[in-house]
Write a protein that binds this ligand. Structure first.
Ligand code: AMP
Ligand code: GLY
Length: 438
């Protein structure tokens, strides 16, 4: 009998998950519970339902009524809300950690404390958690100009302010902390690390892991890493399953940290983390450091990875819930990949909404719809990251040239970063790392 798989979420990341699952030789039947109806996912699914992503009761009831035997949760909000717990409680195995483990993403201080307590302090910047202004000025003085202030909860990437970028004086920093306190929030202040960021995501069964190739995302909205932070404007991965500014030992160090974190989570909570374990790392002059952890696939990193995957994703997800992964369970083609996101004019601050656009002329290996609706057969952008275009090649240059050519064929009021994956941008990253490491 064919597997019945529920996907929770309806963005481009979840479209990529649905597309990879639908290529499985097991021909699973797919169901989607989304916050909107993604037209790309609808074409791949037997049934879709629009509802709250955090309503564990409704989601698990629907899944049970369909006879679903495996669920995959894409975004962070349902993880934080305990949707995984609700599904497991009706005996549906889930790729996506339970609430207590999802604190890895939802609480900055939980993660920093975990690293400190379980022998991973070497990958941690200096940090302190505050829920009042007591001691804040003193700690800022200790850190000087190198500090980062993070609200201690899920803020969709918008709760982080970095000295030099968003905050320019201690006075501004103190005012921001006071605002966070007024809003009732705790926050973490940490040492600002200098280096190059990358994501290393592992399929994680709790005690067994299978690492995916590292990917570099681009969080800033505009060319040359300028403008406001976004969910991610595009990302690339390389054919050798490393990145041009990393050594083999850097990649292995990040993999080892993910494995240590999985163990640490078990010691701390007594529960096995089953899902995608996303380490946000920084390569620095003093080695590989942890910037953050996420409890899910990255978006757009997932779009790169699941365009490159060559093994059966159903098998990979099974091995997650059964905790039976090994280094070979999930395999990726030895190709470079470049993902570019087309986003509405005005994104992220004042994005255009309700505009028509067309992808008819685009020919890319991966073409995933994000904040998109369909009206009278025409695609309509709803005001966030709209279409992820992924191309692969033997080299990054080849993948980038294809992705750039194809994304330009989208017709509509959208823009993208032309520099993601380009030789010039990558040369800057490599030079930055060389200068830091001397
Ligand atoms: P986060 O939500 O923790 O990933 O933070 C968002 C972004 O802020 C990261 O992708 C980094 O670019 C930056 N950031 C966060 N923490 C640090 C840190 N300790 N040092 C330097 N940059 C940081
Ligand atoms: N690519 C950044 C994120 O998924 O959080």
């Amino acid at each position: 009998m064919s597997r019945k798989i529920l996907i929770v979420g309806s963005g481009a990341r979840e479209h990529a998950i649905a597309a990879a699952l639908s290529r499985s030789p097991q021909f699973p039947t797919l169901y989607v519970w989304g916050s909107g109806e993604n037209p790309g996912m609808r074409d791949l699914a037997a049934a879709t339902r629009v509802g709250s992503l955090t309503d564990g009761k409704a989601i698990s009831e629907w899944a049970k009524s369909l006879g679903v035997d495996l669920a995959v949760i894409g975004p962070e909000a349902p993880l934080e809300a305990g949707v995984s717990d609700a599904l497991w409680s009706v005996r549906i195995p889930v790729v996506g950690p339970k609430k207590t483990l999802a604190r890895l993403e939802s609480s900055k201080s939980f993660t920093r404390d975990l690293l400190m307590k379980h022998g991973i302090a070497y990958a941690c910047p200096q940090f302190r958690r505050f829920d009042s202004m007591e001691g804040v000025a003193g700690f800022l003085s200790e850190l000087g100009d190198l500090y980062v202030i993070k609200a201690d909860g899920l803020m969709g990437g918008k709760g982080v302010k970095v000295a030099g970028d968003h905050l320019h004086t201690h006075q501004e920093a103190l005012a921001w902390c006071e605002e966070l306190i007024r809003e009732g929030g705790a926050f973490v202040i940490e040492e600002k690390m200098i280096g190059e960021e990358f994501s290393l995501i592992s399929f994680c069964g709790g005690s067994t892991l299978c690492h995916t190739p590292p990917v570099q995302d681009h969080k800033r909205a505009f060319e040359g890493d300028t403008g406001p932070n976004t969910g991610g404007m595009g990302s690339y991965s390389d054919a050798d399953h490393s990145l041009p500014f990393l050594s083999r030992s850097d990649v292995e160090a990040a993999q080892a940290i993910n494995a240590q974190v999985a163990e640490a989570l078990f010691s701390e909570t007594g529960e096995r983390y089953k899902g995608m374990l996303y380490g946000g790392f920084m390569a620095t002059a003093n080695g590989i450091k942890v910037v953050e952890y996420n409890a899910r696939f990255g978006d757009p990193e997932c779009e790169n990875l699941l365009t490159l995957i060559e093994s059966d994703l159903v098998e990979g997800f099974n091995a997650v819930v059964e905790d039976s992964l090994n280094a070979q369970t999930v395999r990726f083609r030895r190709k470079a990949s470049v993902c570019k996101y087309a986003v509405p004019e005005g994104y992220p601050d004042r994005p255009l909404k309700g505009f028509r656009f067309s992808i008819e002329r685009v020919r890319s290996e991966g073409l995933y719809l994000g904040a998109v609706d369909i009206k009278d057969g025409v695609l309509v952008g709803t005001g966030s990251r709209t279409v992820a275009v992924v191309c692969t090649g033997n080299t990054l240059a080849e993948a980038e040239a294809k992705a750039e050519r194809e994304i330009c064929k989208i017709e509509g009021p959208l823009f993208h970063r032309t520099d993601v994956g380009t030789e010039a941008l990558i040369a800057r990253r490599v030079e930055h790392m060389r200068a830091l490491r001397g």
